[in-house]
Design a protein around this ligand. Structure first.
Ligand code: ZN
Length: 292
């Protein structure tokens, strides 16, 4: 009997402990703290899928000229001592993934894991993101923009105007970025916008693919200077063979932006990382690893 009472007491204690823990859980979740600011900028590259393109026709490239016709889709986070910047953020919005995770497919795009769990795995939630800026408004760069509507949006006026004009954008779904309309917004009015004021994270104007297309320059302490291309180029062969995509917003502008970027790369000594470059992307470290 004594033993029986002891067991009962233990069970009751265990139950009370479990219930107390359960009551604490929401509090523990609410107490999320972002990771400590790094001492120098860090670049995280997340896997946001692959575009299974079958040829290079839209980019004036023949299949036999290309190392790969497929395109990588990286999602990009920069953590700086003074804040964070979310850059391009995927093609398939997290809400389109099956409950409990991936994979997901949309058109010719496949993706293994949604973005926010990948961000969470390196310690960040959307509320921790200071700035949102995207190379441009096409669908494969803005899928999760609405998740960062609470951040400050850095955008060129012509790009924002086009996103909220009545004429539909052929390669983008406004339902993925419509909340940005009411976001705290800073209109970028300089060709080189210094995000944190120390020259280490610069959004550079490169119009043509879209009216307000931009690339991202990073000066990393160990890696050195790097430019993330947005869609100024899709394939490395566009650069080596001098080809332009067929359906640019303004082809002449793209050509001029490319020429200007070559001067910038020489001046800064920066490497150019073409975001969609399938083989180039495959060689890059992915989060939770980072470049610094
Ligand atoms: Zn793209």
């Amino acid at each position: 009997m004594f033993r029986h009472i002891q067991t009962l007491r233990r069970t009751r204690f265990a139950l009370t402990a479990l219930m107390t823990l359960g009551a604490c859980l929401p509090v523990m979740q609410a107490a999320h703290k972002p990771p400590k600011s790094p001492k120098s900028p860090r670049l995280y590259i997340f896997d946001c899928g692959t575009i299974h393109t079958k040829d290079g026709d839209a980019y004036s490239l023949k299949k036999e000229e290309m190392a790969s016709t497929e395109m990588a889709i990286p999602c990009i986070l920069v953590a700086h001592p003074k804040g964070t910047l979310m850059w391009d953020n995927g093609d398939i919005p997290d809400r389109a993934f099956p409950a409990g995770g991936g994979p997901a497919a949309a058109g010719v795009v496949t993706q293994d894991k949604p973005l926010l769990p990948q961000l969470a795995a390196v310690g960040y939630e959307p509320a921790d993101i200071t700035y949102l800026s995207m190379s441009h408004y096409h669908g494969d760069h803005v899928a999760n923009a609405n998740s960062f509507a609470g951040s400050t949006w850095l955008v060129r006026k012509v790009e924002r105007d086009r996103m909220f004009s009545d004429v539909p954008i052929p390669r983008s779904d406004p339902a993925n970025y419509n909340l940005l309309k009411n976001s705290k917004t800073v209109i970028i009015d300089k060709d080189e916008w210094d995000v944190f004021g120390d020259g280490k994270v610069i959004i550079k104007s490169t119009p043509g693919h879209t009216p307000g297309h931009t690339v991202l320059y990073l000066n990393l302490a160990k890696t050195g200077p790097v430019v993330l291309s947005g869609d100024l180029y899709h394939y490395p062969e566009e650069r080596t063979l001098g080809r332009l995509p067929v359906a640019e917003f303004n082809k002449e502008q793209t050509a001029a932006s490319r020429a200007e970027l070559e001067v910038f790369l020489k001046k800064t000594g920066a490497q150019l990382w073409i975001e969609h470059d399938m083989l180039g992307n495959a060689k890059l470290k992915k989060a939770p690893a980072f470049y610094e």
